[in-house]
Design a protein around this ligand. Structure first.
Ligand code: DQA
Length: 144
């Protein structure tokens, strides 16, 4: 079983962002936790981060031929307006779970709308790094 984790813009500088919202961990630390959980669940994991919308679209498109069993995506700010990422996800036939570290429904109004969520299997928001770990368990269960 193989999953792809995609981190969107500004998540590469996570440790420099508001720690009360994002937990204070660096992306590298989060990725280590994801990799440890993957090992526990006996899942192979590939992790990708980009600040560029087109690179994320191309990564999603490339996943079509690579036989992943699921994708976990934190589209970050793109969640709120990227129809291009939404359209790329809509083509997929595998579980895709949208994850946010912070609770996007408890913040500014512009964050409470995700244009990506309707084409995902589900959304996990506000659980910090645990969101990624729970999403991995969910993908495993959804593939049973
Ligand atoms: C985020 C929430 C987004 O609104 C924001 O633009 C981010 C991070 C989160 O993980 O909580 O960059 O996706």
């Amino acid at each position: 079983m193989k999953i792809l984790v995609i981190h969107g813009p500004n998540l590469n500088i996570l440790e420099k962002r508001n720690s009360s919202l994002y937990g204070g961990k660096s992306l590298e630390e989060i990725n280590k936790l994801i990799e440890a959980k993957a090992k526990d669940l006996d899942i192979e994991v590939e992790i990708f981060q980009s600040n560029f919308e087109g690179s994320i679209v191309e990564k999603i498109q490339a996943s079509i031929d690579l036989e992943y069993d699921g994708i976990i995506i934190n589209p970050a700010a793109f969640s709120h307006y990227s129809i291009a990422i939404r359209d790329a996800i809509e083509v997929l036939h595998i579980p895709v779970i949208e994850v946010h570290l912070s609770n996007i429904y408890g913040r500014e109004d512009f964050r409470s709308k995700s244009v990506i969520a309707p084409v995902c299997s589900g959304q996990i928001t506000g659980l910090g790094v645990y969101g990624y770990l729970v999403a991995m368990e969910a993908i495993k269960l959804l593939n049973k």
